[in-house]
Design a protein around this ligand. Structure first.
Ligand code: MG
Length: 385
């Protein structure tokens, strides 16, 4: 598509605020961290240039924002409509602005050749990532399974059909074998609730080792897990052993890894077939870098599953990568609400996120509310051009 950058548009204003919000439900511990709680926040910057605004998740200092004022927008993008590396700290607001300036959703700006725009709506698979260790106060495994089953039912009512559950209770918060026993009972119990058609994933946050991983996967064979995430800290020797074992056992579970402090050799190991789904964090890696990485992974036959947790904006922004990455697996969805951020153009239908045919990232800000937070706890810088 022909993209316009507003030849004379210069950055005239940047406003920044951290908007507080809440998850739908309190989130407990995982294999390595304490309670995640209910609070969410989204740090947002809104830019104004050429009379057009764009906003998105961003963290930058007021000083840095001042230094950016007056810059021509045309110089902040590549001709294909990607943000130049020098402006990565404003990448999401800039992509949203570009969408507004061209009256085009971001997913159409970045779409790859395989993506054929049709009249049908654009929808992306997404999964409920909210199933934490919410059962640790219960002594009885049966009661723990029932509690987690109720959480899946709650997600189901919200339109989710894919779920990821935290495992690795025995790594820190329960005795080793008691934790393993409960992990297994929960995963098998969740499959009973979802029925056979749902995607069910498990995430050990590096709380297993190789032998525990095999024990867990053997005992959850019937649950037909789609992927096991961060079984242990990635290691090519151990992953090679696990892969060999999965093949011998005829277990089709995919291996997912890459969030947090991933090994610098992770991509090499993924391309060698040891890791099937790469999960670098969306905010940390950035949108454009994910586009490039996704295509590289496509060429290697590796799936892309960007990590996204605790940042509501990312639930929506990740979906826009799916038009550009053929092996895009699923949006990681940490559901909740943030006052002032209007996502009502998005819809959820039978486990798919329907991405609106709406400019930019398809989200709206409540002007008055945002301006209030900007003036109370945020900042705004502007320059008369
Ligand atoms: Mg994870």
């Amino acid at each position: 598509m022909k993209i316009t950058f507003g030849s004379n548009s210069r950055l005239e204003k940047i406003e920044w605020a951290s908007l507080p919000g809440e998850r739908w439900r309190h989130a407990g511990r995982n294999a390595r961290l304490g309670i995640h709680g209910k609070n969410l926040k989204v740090d947002l910057a809104r830019i104004t240039a050429g009379g057009i605004t764009g906003f998105g998740m961003a963290n930058l200092s007021e000083e840095r924002a001042k230094a950016l004022l007056g810059g021509p927008l045309a110089e902040m993008f590549t001709p294909e409509g990607r943000v130049q590396p020098a402006f990565f700290d404003l990448e999401f607001p800039l992509m949203d602005w570009l969408g507004q300036a061209n009256d085009c959703p971001v997913y159409k700006i970045v779409a790859a050749d395989f993506f054929q725009p049709v009249d049908a709506t654009f929808s992306v698979p997404f999964y409920d990532t909210s199933l934490y260790f919410d059962d640790l106060h219960l002594a009885d495994d049966k009661a723990a399974v029932e509690l987690m089953q109720d959480e899946v039912r709650e997600g189901w009512e919200r339109g989710h059909r894919s779920f990821k559950v935290k495992v690795g209770r025995g790594a820190r918060f329960m005795p080793l074998q008691a934790g393993m026993k409960r992990d297994i009972a929960i995963v098998n119990g969740l499959r009973e609730v979802t029925g056979p058609a749902s995607y069910l994933m498990a995430d050990a946050n590096n709380g297993f080792n190789l032998n525990l991983t095999k024990e867990f996967l053997s005992a959850t064979r019937e649950a037909n897990l789609f992927w096991l995430e961060e079984a242990f800290h990635e290691d090519d020797q151990l992953y090679a052993d696990l892969k060999e074992w999965l093949t011998a056992e005829k277990l089709p579970v995919l291996i997912a890894d890459g969030e947090g402090n991933a090994s610098p050799r992770l991509l090499e190991w993924a391309k060698a077939g040891l890791i099937n789904v790469v999960q670098y964090d969306l905010r940390q890696l950035g949108f454009r870098n994910w586009l490039d990485l996704g295509r590289e992974l496509d060429a290697a036959g590796v799936k892309s599953g960007p990590h996204n947790y605790g940042v509501l904006y990312g639930n929506y922004a990740s979906a826009h990568l799916a038009s550009a990455i053929e092996g895009f697996a699923s949006v990681e969805w940490d559901g909740g609400r943030v006052d002032g951020l209007d996502a009502s153009a998005y819809r959820i239908e039978e486990g798919r996120l329907i991405v609106p045919e709406k400019a930019g990232f398809g989200l709206d800000l409540d002007d008055k509310y945002f301006a209030g937070i900007v003036s109370s706890t945020g900042w705004a810088v502007s320059k008369t051009l």
